[in-house]
Design a protein around this ligand. Structure first.
Ligand SMILES: *[C@@H]1O[C@H](CO)[C@@H](O)[C@H](O)[C@H]1NC(C)=O
Ligand SMILES: *[C@@H]1O[C@H](CO)[C@@H](O)[C@H](O)[C@H]1NC(C)=O
Ligand SMILES: *[C@@H]1O[C@H](CO)[C@@H](O)[C@H](O)[C@H]1NC(C)=O
Ligand SMILES: *[C@@H]1O[C@H](CO)[C@@H](O)[C@H](O)[C@H]1NC(C)=O
Ligand SMILES: *[C@@H]1O[C@H](CO)[C@@H](O)[C@H](O)[C@H]1NC(C)=O
Ligand SMILES: *[C@@H]1O[C@H](CO)[C@@H](O)[C@H](O)[C@H]1NC(C)=O
Ligand SMILES: *[C@@H]1O[C@H](CO)[C@@H](O)[C@H](O)[C@H]1NC(C)=O
Length: 664
C-alpha cells in the first residue's frame, strides 16, 4: 500500500490533472468575517426544547453553542416575541398591553443566557416578526407611530440587560416585511438616547432591494444601517449592495430538512455565500427543530430535539457541517481575497486571524439543489478532481495543516462526519488533495477542535397517551406549560390568589387584541398539544370564561393544522359561550356546525368540558354529565388536542387531561 501511495504522489506531481489554487494575503485581505449563526424563533421553533429533562437539555445546548464541541455557533439570533403566529407558533411579547412590561415570558431569554454561558463571545441579535396590536392602534402596521415602535423594540434591548444581563449586539426591523426609513433612523436615535450606541442595526431581513438602493440614495439612512441582511439570497448579491460598502449578510438561510442533503446544502451555502455573494455571515433558520414535526417546515433545524417527553434528540449532519467553519474561525477573522470555485465543481474559502493562523474550508457538494427546499442555488455538476494549493504571503512558511473531513453518504458508503485526519504536510508551500464529490475539508493551523460526544440519548417515544396538567408544578423561567404550542393567542401560567380553593393556579389566554400579524392569524386563540396521529381520544379541561355575555372557550381534538395555516384548522371543536349556549364545529373558525344547543354555562364560573371522539362519532360532557352525543364527524381522522378561546379575550383553563386510545 505504501509503495502504491508513493507512486500516486509522483504521478500527481507529474501529471497535469491537478488544478492549482494560490492562497495568499500578499495583495491584501478580503472582507472581515462576522460569524455563522442560527435563529430561534420565527416562530416558536425552540418551543419543546425548554421542557427536556436534564441532562439531555444541557447536552443539546452543548451541541449547539459550546465552543470546540459541535455547531459552536458564533451568532445567536432570536425573535422578539410579538404575540402573533410567526411560522411554527406564537412567541409572547414583553409588552402585551401599552402599560405592561415583563421580561420573563417565553424561552428566548433563557436560551440566550444558555448560549452566553457556553460562549461569552457569542453575538446576539433580536428581530421582530410581529408586534402586539396596540403598537398599530388597530392598524396592522407598525410604522404609523414609529416612535412607539422604536420605544417598544428598545425596551426589549434594555430589558435584556436589566433583567438578564444580556448585551444585544444587533437589532433588526421587521422580518421579511416592509421597512420604513423614518423608523430605522428613529430606531438609531432611540438606541443612542438610551446609551445603546453599541447596538448595530441590520436592515431589512428581506430581499437585497429596495434597501440596498435606498441606502445608496439616502445618506442619513446609509449612516444608520450597519449591515444589509438578505434572506435566502441563493449565494448571490446585487451591485447596489456591494456599492453601499456595507457588511452583507445572509441573515436567514438554509431552511432545509436536516438530513444529509440538508447538510450538503448548508456546506455549499456557508462557503459560496462569500465566494459568490460577498456575504460575511450566514444564519440558519432554524437553530433546532424543537417543534411538533407536523407543523410547517418540520425538521429544519441544525439538529432535532422534538421529544422532551422521551429525552430523545438527534445530532444531525448540519451540526458537523457547521463545525467545519465555526470551530476554526471567529468573528473578526478576515477572508483572503484568494477564494473561489474549484475547476470541477465545489468551492474553497480561506480565512486568517491576521496573526499567522490560516483556515481553509473546501466543499464539493454535488446535490441536485432542486431537492433543497429554499436555497435556490444554481445546479452544479461536481466531479472527482485533484487540487494543489500553493500557500504564499504570510502563509509561505506553514509546514503542517490539521485536517478535518466529512463525506456525505453515497449509495455505497456511510457518511463520515467531522473526522480528524492525520495532519497534512506542506512541502515547498504546497499540498495536494484528491477531492471526491460531497466532501468537506477543513485544513487549519489551529490545533484545537473537537467532535463532541455524549452517550446516546433515550430512544424515541410517542407523546404519552395519557397526559394531564393541573398547572401547579411550574418551571420557574418559563411562562408556558409544557408541550402546549400556542398557534394563535398567548397562553400563560396565571395565579389568582383570591381564588377560594381549587383554581389558584391556572393557564390563561392573555391577548385581548389581534396583534400586528406576520401571516393570516386566526381570530380565535388556540394552543395545541399531543400526538398528531391521535384519532380516538378523550380531552377534558376545566374552563373559566372571563368575559360576560360574549366570551367563549373551546376544547378540541384532531386539530389538523398549525403554523401559518392554523386559521384553516379542521378537527372537532366543543365550544361553550357565556350566553349559555354550546356549539360543536368541524373547524376553528366555527363555521362548520355539527351541533348546537343550550348548556347553561356562565362567565366567571368554573365548568368542566369533556370531548370524546371515537371513529365517526363525538360526544360532549359538561361537568361530567352528557350534554350532546353521537355527533357525526367527517373531518380529519387524526390531529392534536387543543384548548382555545373564540376571540382575543381573557379565559382560563385548569386540570387539562387527555387520553388517547391507541390500537396496538
Ligand atoms: C488524482 O491523482 C491521482 C494520483 O495521481 C490519480 O490516480 C487520479 O486519477 C487523479 N484524479 C483525477 C480526477 O484526476
Ligand atoms: C414611514 O413612516 C412615516 C411615519 O409614519 C410616514 O410618514 C412615511 O410616509 C413612511 N414612509 C414610507 C415610505 O412609507
Ligand atoms: C465581491 O466578490 C467578488 C467575487 O468574489 C469579488 O471579485 C469582489 O472583489 C468582491 N467585492 C467586494 C467589494 O468585496
Ligand atoms: C494562532 O491562534 C492561536 C490560538 O488563538 C494563537 O495562540 C497563535 O498565536 C496564533 N498564531 C499562530 C501563528 O499560530
Ligand atoms: C443510488 O440509488 C438509487 C436508488 O437505489 C438509484 O436510483 C441511483 O441511480 C443510485 N445512484 C448512484 C449514483 O448509483
Ligand atoms: C380570581 O378569583 C376571584 C374569586 O373567585 C374571582 O372573583 C376573580 O374573578 C378571579 N380573577 C380572575 C382574573 O380570574
Ligand atoms: C377509532 O375508533 C374506531 C371506532 O371504534 C375504529 O374503527 C378505528 O379503527 C379507531 N382508530 C384508530 C386509529 O384506532
Amino acid at each position: 500500500m505504501a509503495a502504491l501511495a508513493e507512486l500516486s504522489l509522483v504521478l500527481l506531481l507529474l501529471s497535469a490533472v491537478s488544478s492549482d489554487y494560490t492562497l495568499t494575503d500578499q495583495d491584501g485581505l478580503g472582507r472581515e468575517f462576522d460569524g455563522i449563526g442560527a435563529v430561534s424563533g420565527g416562530g416558536a421553533t425552540s418551543r419543546l426544547l425548554v421542557n427536556y429533562p436534564e441532562p439531555y437539555r444541557s447536552q443539546i445546548l452543548d451541541y449547539l453553542f459550546k465552543p470546540d464541541f459541535g455547531a459552536s455557533l458564533h451568532i445567536f439570533k432570536v425573535e422578539i416575541g410579538g404575540d402573533a403566529q410567526s411560522t411554527d407558533g406564537t412567541e409572547p411579547s414583553h409588552m402585551h398591553y401599552p402599560d405592561d412590561q415583563n421580561y420573563f415570558r417565553g424561552y428566548e431569554w433563557w436560551l440566550m443566557k444558555e448560549a452566553k454561558k457556553r460562549n461569552p463571545n457569542i453575538k446576539l441579535i433580536g428581530l421582530p416578526w410581529a408586534f402586539p396590536g396596540w403598537i398599530g392602534r388597530g392598524e396592522n402596521w407598525p410604522y404609523d407611530f414609529p416612535d412607539v415602535t422604536a420605544y417598544y423594540v428598545v425596551s426589549w434591548i434594555i430589558g435584556a440587560k436589566q433583567y438578564h444581563d444580556l448585551d444585544i449586539d444587533y437589532v433588526g426591523i421587521w422580518n421579511e416585511r416592509s421597512y420604513n426609513a423614518t423608523y430605522i433612523k428613529l430606531l438609531r436615535y432611540t438606541l443612542d438616547k438610551f446609551g445603546l450606541e453599541r447596538v448595530r442595526i441590520i436592515a431589512s431581513d428581506n430581499l437585497w432591494q429596495p434597501i440596498a438602493s435606498e441606502v445608496l440614495r439616502d445618506a442619513e439612512l446609509h449612516g444608520v444601517v450597519d449591515v444589509i441582511g438578505a434572506h435566502y439570497p441563493g449565494t448571490v448579491t446585487v451591485a447596489d449592495a456591494i456599492s453601499s460598502g456595507k457588511k452583507l449578510w445572509s441573515s436567514e438561510d438554509y431552511s432545509t430538512f436536516n438530513d444529509e442533503i440538508g447538510g450538503g446544502c448548508w456546506a455549499r451555502i456557508l462557503n459560496q455565500n462569500y465566494v459568490n455573494g460577498n456575504m460575511t455571515s450566514t444564519i440558519s433558520w432554524n437553530l433546532v427543530a424543537s417543534y411538533y414535526e407536523e407543523l410547517p417546515f418540520g425538521l429544519e433545524g441544525l439538529m432535532t430535539a422534538k421529544e422532551p417527553w422521551s429525552g430523545n434528540y438527534v445530532v444531525s449532519t448540519p451540526v458537523w457541517i457547521t463545525a467545519h467553519t465555526t470551530q476554526f474561525t471567529q468573528p473578526g477573522w478576515f477572508y483572503l481575497r484568494t477564494v473561489g470555485h474549484l475547476e470541477k465543481g465545489g468551492s474553497y474559502v480561506a480565512l486568517t486571524d491576521r496573526r499567522g493562523n490560516l483556515t481553509i474550508i473546501i466543499e464539493t457538494m454535488s446535490h441536485d439543489h432542486s431537492v433543497c427546499i429554499r436555497p435556490y442555488l444554481p445546479k452544479f455538476s461536481v466531479c472527482p478532481q485533484n487540487a494543489t494549493f500553493q500557500l504564499d504571503g504570510s502563509f509561505k512558511n506553514v509546514k503542517t495543516l490539521q485536517a478535518w473531513y466529512s463525506k456525505l453518504c453515497t449509495n455505497t458508503t456511510k457518511p463520515t462526519l467531522f473526522k480528524r485526519m492525520s495532519p497534512i504536510t506542506v512541502t515547498n508551500g504546497a499540498f495536494s488533495l484528491e477531492l471526491d464529490v460531497d466532501e468537506v475539508y477543513t485544513l487549519t493551523t489551529l490545533t484545537t477542535g473537537q467532535k463532541g460526544t455524549y452517550p446516546d440519548p433515550p430512544a424515541s417515544q410517542p407523546f404519552p397517551r395519557k397526559y394531564k396538567d393541573d398547572f401547579r408544578v411550574r418551571n420557574p423561567p418559563f411562562s408556558e406549560a409544557p408541550f402546549f404550542a400556542d398557534q394563535s393567542g398567548v397562553f400563560e401560567y396565571f395565579i389568582n390568589t383570591s381564588d377560594p380553593g381549587d383554581h389558584v393556579f391556572t393557564f390563561r389566554q392573555v391577548l385581548t387584541q389581534r396583534p400586528i400579524t406576520w401571516v393570516s392569524d386566526a381570530n380565535q386563540a388556540i394552543s395545541v398539544i399531543g400526538d398528531f396521529t391521535w384519532s380516538n381520544i378523550t380531552v377534558s379541561c376545566d374552563v373559566y370564561i372571563e368575559t360576560p355575555d360574549t366570551g367563549a372557550v373551546f376544547i378540541a381534538a384532531r386539530v389538523d393544522q398549525g403554523g401559518s395555516l392554523a386559521h384553516l384548522a379542521k378537527g372537532i371543536y366543543f365550544w361553550v359561550f357565556a350566553d349559555g349556549t354550546y356549539k360543536v364545529t368541524g373547524d376553528l373558525q366555527g363555521e362548520i356546525i355539527l351541533g348546537k344547543g343550550l348548556a347553561g354555562v356562565r362567565a366567571r364560573r368554573w365548568h368542566t368540558l369533556t370531548l370524546q371522539v371515537e371513529g365517526y362519532k363525538a360526544y360532549g360532557f359538561l361537568n361530567g354529565n352528557p350534554l350532546w352525543k353521537n355527533v357525526f364527524t367527517v373531518g380529519p381522522a387524526h390531529g392534536w388536542a387543543a384548548i382555545g378561546t373564540a376571540s382575543f379575550e381573557f379565559a382560563q383553563f385548569d386540570n387539562f387531561m387527555v387520553e388517547a386510545k391507541v390500537t396496538e
